[in-house]
Structure formats: C-alpha cells, structure tokens
Design a protein around this ligand. Structure first.
Ligand code: PMP
Length: 459
C-alpha cells in the first residue's frame, strides 16, 4: 500500500462499505446474472479481466455508444476506460459501424486478400514511416510474430523487456525481476504454473541505459520490446534521451528495437513513434485501429523486409515459421480498419483528444493542490494517470511500489457510483474524440468529491 494513501485501513473500509452498499443497490440485475453465470463461466465471466473491476460483481452491459456505457440495470456511465484503449475513438464510431454492417453482408473471412489491404499498407507507412506491414488478430499476436521474426533473423534466443511491462500474454514478456534481483515471474503471480521454466527473457528497469547495456552486451537478445511510455504499471514517461540511447545500444549490440504502440497510439496520428521521431525496427499495434474490431498490425524496415525475403520469404505452404492465422487479415477486419483509419482516427480527432487531456489534467492537478494531497499526475497524449505518490515514477518498480489496490478500487467504485468509469488495474483515464468538456468536468468533480472526503475522514 502507498505511504501516501491519506486514510487508515479502518477508515477506508468504512467508506468502502458505504460505496459497496450503493453499488449493490443500483446493480441488482448485474448481480443476479453474475450469480447465474458461475454455472458455466469460470468466475462468472467469459474472460478473467472482466471480473477484475474491484467490485463484488461486474456490471453487465446492455450497450455502449460514443463515450457512454449503459448497464442492464439502466445505469449510464461516462467512459474514460474505453475498453482499456480498444474503444479509444469512442464506442461504435459511426463510420466504422456503417462499414462493418455493409461488409458483414459481403464476406467475413475467406483467406483471400482484398484491395483494402493496399490502402492499409499505404496509410500505415504514412503514419509510422515503416514501409512493410502485416496483419494479425490481436496486439499480443503481433508481438509474437515480430519476436519470431527477430529471433529468426538474428539467430538469438532472448528478448529484453522492461520491469512491470505488459505486451499481452506472451511467455517472453511475463517474467520480472523479483525482490532478490533474480529473474522470476511477476511478483503477484510468483508461482504461475503456466509459464515455462526456461527463461527466454532478460529484464531491466525502464529509463536505465546502464542496465540495458549490461544485458545487451551478452549479445543473446534478438530484440528489445518496449512501450515508449509505460502504460501498464501506472504510467512512466521516458527520461530525456532514453529512447535514443536505447536505439544506439540496439545498434551497437545487434538487437532489434520493437516499439509497441498499442496504447501509445494515443500520442498521435502516427503514435509516439511519429510524434517523437523514433526509429524502431519494428512497430506493433492493435486494439483501437479498427474501432475495436479484433485486428492488429506490425510494420518493419526495408532492411528487415529484404532480409526476410532473402532468407525465408513469408513462410509459405508448410508454415515453418508459425506466423499467421486462419482469421488474421480477414476482409471484414481489414475493411473496418481502412474505414477507421480514414474517417475516425484522424489528425483532427487526435487534436480534440489532446485538448481534452489538457483540460482533465489541469483540472485534476488543481484538485490535488486544493486539497494539498501528495499525489501526482502523469500526462501523455490523450491519457493521464493519477498516481498515489508525490513525484512521477521513473520506472516500473517505483510505480508499483506506490500501487494501492484498496485505495484504488475504492476510488473506482466511488466514481462508478457517480456514473464514471476509469480503467481498472490502475488510474488511467483516456479521452476520446467524442468526450465533451462537460464529461471531463464531471470526472474532475468526481475526484474532487472523493478526495475531499478522504481528507476530511483522515483528520
Ligand atoms: N501491448 C500493450 C502495450 C498492451 O497494453 C496490451 C494489452 N493491454 C497488449 C499489447 C495486448 O493487447 P491484446 O490483449 O489486445 O492482445
């Protein structure tokens, strides 16, 4: 728990009991469905994270539209979670929804390409500066295929990742450094029986070039896989020169640099890569690029393209590389992505999102100041993160040390009871192009009321 939490366990559990009661009263139908769901669904949900909102039961939704979610009890929520980025441009954007309805009648999956794919390649090159692209189903998968290529091209086994990173359910990116400084599984899941014991990973802290050099000097890393801003352990910004320094180290030690833009696409039209002139060897992204229709992409340099062509081409009949998938790049997802990129994820949309983030962050900082609370706010593109610590974290460990699940879930249920959703797992708030100033002000007021009460109770 964070040393900056303001309230004692006892004070917090009293507040929590009040909010749990309120939550329970207004979500009776969800509660009932959840109980029934245990008969056939593990923990009453179809996917583990759906049971992870920190409440006694999840809310079951009737529909989601724009930046609103509507649950089966008739509650409306202003959504700043946005499907943890999958719905970054709003739920069911009109252009994507119309295209999807049309395409659904004209073929969903055939394992044959459609001309839409050409447009996607052109558009992605324009945005990210990389010439060659491939399509996968999810960001996890895109990362897996990129790692596969990096290993094949370098003939090296290991992948370097950042402490407390998240890149999907990849075996390579789940191990972390434990308290004894040894490579282990994530601290919370130290005994995760689902991971292989042979380590294919090296792990360092973000923003630590010395550690990166020490690990890369073994010359057994095929690639470094990282988000340019860490967004899955709270949020951690790169120190000045860090990403450039890492690029240099990758060149020096013959390791590819993979930039995972799945979340940091929220930093601009061409992600953080374009906004900050990064020079990755591979870029991966998924989640929001087709308005939430499952699809992901990975792009790479001309040099890598030539090497792939010269050595193993694009796999082929017997698929010796294990790259691709039956439904990957299906025409339905491709059509949805083309339309979303052309009409929804536009430069104007990003401008609106950035303006919204400024308003939210300024408002939240004013609230922290007003109540004299030693918490901080990290801003990046269209998202911000409230952290229970006075300074911005420099790396994953520092961010994690100030995690406070009890306090965090209390604040989340407090906001939910007032019609506001933010990302579970941490305090990340994302602005969509359809989020209004009034919606943002409502979130600021939600935090203001929540923090004001915590301060009073603590006195
Ligand atoms: N990369 C990053 C940075 C992510 O945050 C996530 C998911 N949170 C993924 C990859 C994996 O995305 P998916 O679950 O859609 O495969």
């Amino acid at each position: 728990k964070s040393p900056y939490r303001l309230v004692t366990d006892e004070q917090l559990s009293k507040l929590r009991a009040r909010e749990d009661k309120l939550f329970d009263e207004r979500t009776q139908k969800s509660k009932e469905i959840f109980q029934q769901a245990h008969k056939n669904l593990l923990n009453g949900v179809p996917m583990p994270w759906m049971g992870d909102w920190g409440t006694t039961h999840p809310v079951f939704l009737e529909k989601a539209q724009g930046n609103r979610c509507y649950d089966i009890d008739g509650n409306e929520y202003v959504d700043f979670c946005l499907g943890d980025t999958g719905a970054m441009f709003g739920h069911s954007p009109a252009a994507t929804a119309a295209k999807v309805a049309e395409q659904a009648k004209n073929g969903i999956t055939t394992m044959m390409p459609t001309p839409d794919a050409l447009e996607i390649g052109k558009e992605l090159e324009k945005r990210f500066g990389l010439p060659t692209w491939q399509v996968a189903m999810t960001a996890t998968e895109a990362n897996r295929y990129v790692i596969r290529n990096a290993r094949a091209l370098t003939q090296r086994p290991k992948i370097l990742v950042m402490q407390e990173c998240y890149h999907g359910s990849l075996d390579e990116s789940l191990p972390h450094i434990n308290e004894e400084g040894k490579l282990a599984l994530r601290t919370e899941y130290d005994s995760n029986p689902g991971l292989p014991k042979d380590q294919l990973t090296r792990v360092v802290e973000f923003n630590d070039l010395e550690a990166a050099e020490r690990e890369l000097a073994h010359r057994d890393c095929a690639a470094v896989l990282l988000e340019p801003v860490m967004t899955n352990c709270g949020m951690v910004l790169p120190a000045e020169g860090y990403l450039e320094g890492l690029r240099e180290l990758c060149d020096r030690y013959g390791t590819y640099m993979i930039i995972d833009e799945t979340h940091t696409l929220s930093n601009g039209y061409g992600g953080y890569t374009r906004a900050h002139g990064l020079k990755p060897d591979f870029v991966t992204l998924g989640k929001s690029i087709a308005g939430g229709i499952p699809v992901a992409v990975y792009g790479f340099t001309r040099e890598i393209t030539d090497k792939i062509n010269a050595t193993y081409g694009n796999a082929g009949v017997s698929d010796p590389m294990g790259i691709g998938g039956t439904l990957a790049a299906n025409q339905f997802a491709i059509a949805a992505m083309r339309e979303t990129l052309a009409k929804v994820a536009t430069e104007e949309a990003f401008e609106k999102m950035f303006r919204g983030q400024q308003r939210l962050s300024d408002g939240l900082e004013a609230v922290l100041k007003k109540h004299n609370v030693p918490w901080s706010l990290t801003r990046s593109g269209a998202r911000c993160e409230l952290q229970f610590m006075p300074t911005l974290p420099k790396n994953g460990t520092e961010a994690k040390e100030h995690f406070d699940w009890q306090l965090m879930y209390y604040t989340h249920v407090f906001l939910s009871n007032r019609g506001i959703l933010i990302t579970p797992f941490h305090n990340m708030m994302l602005i969509s192009p359809v989020t209004s100033d009034e919606d943002i002000d409502r979130l600021i007021k939600g935090w203001d009321d929540c923090i004001a009460e915590l301060v009073v109770v603590s006195k």
